[in-house]
Design a protein around this ligand. Sequence first.
Ligand code: RP5
Length: 368
Amino acid sequence: MTGAGRDAGGTVAAGAEERSAAERSAMALGLDLARKGVRGANPLVGAVILDSAGAVLSSGFHRGAGTPHAEADALANAAARGVDVTGATMVVTLEPCNHTGRTGPCSQAIIKAGISRVVYAAADSTAEAAGGAAALADAGITVHGGLMAAESADLNHRWIRAAQEKRPFVTVKTAQSLDGRTAAEDGTSQWITGTAARADGHLIRSRADAVVVGTGTVLADNPRLTARNAEGEDAGQQPLRVAVGHRPVPADAAVRGTDGRFLQLPQHDPAEICRELYGRGVRHLMIEGGATVAGAFLRAGLADELVAYVAPVLLGAGTPVFANLGVHTIADASRWRWDESDGGAARLVGTDLRLRLVPLPAGGIPAA
Ligand code: RP5
């Protein structure tokens, strides 16, 4: 969906042909700016304002829920420098919103500022915010949708899916031996995979809004669940750390940290966990185990991608990577397909193999 082609009384043209090189490079800049935002309840968005010659007048991005949207940020940055944006073009990575949430509708701010042309990438797929392009066109602004829409949608694809399904996008991550174990028979588990795989896992943590483990894993491994760099320092955005289950989490458990980003949920049911965390603004949820929690999400059909780091290590016995999948016969197997996006279906990361899969629809049969 490009959002192009809608005629709402003004002009909403498709015309990728006439989009200038300046607008394309402004959109690329907008996407870079968008990545600086904080993930969570709102999508990542960047905006760039161009003069009629294609020079950049101002830019902005959305820093996270409750802060100004990218369009408002770009307009405010222009105003702060006394830059006149009358008749200018706004290039924005998502269709401007048309609703009043914690901030006002961007469509009205753009109209009020005297912008004469708006070029956006992806249409806003949420029912609450959609309609901005039509409102702008109604006000006589020339609106083009769809420039670099795929790049914008890719940036926010987990958020978009979450908004559509009204639950977090769920990534299940495992770090396992070649024979599918996450701990040896005596419970020792650190470490099965190497530093490069662990660093890659930390990158996923830094992009997730929350990381979930069961209280059993908290007690067994005392994980920190922070996103850290190769030096072991906290790096990037930090997810909310969530322990699910009834067992008490000790006062000195590493997962509690000191930043207040720890939560214990008594719920066991994945759907309830998703509901609770979605209500708290979580749009991308990462499940790190243990076997019971990860298995419960898979069994409930609430795992949207599986990232498995497989070490060239055999344990022969020990903790299985998933428990209670409810598979008793081959016909009931939980079936997945390799997915090439987001880092590829299979590649070596240091000494380990990183696999990425997405579920087949229920009852799906893998391609021959
Ligand atoms: C979980 O995170 C596993 O339980 C593993 O032992 C643990 C490591 O977390 P950090 O303490 O490195 O954050 O996947």
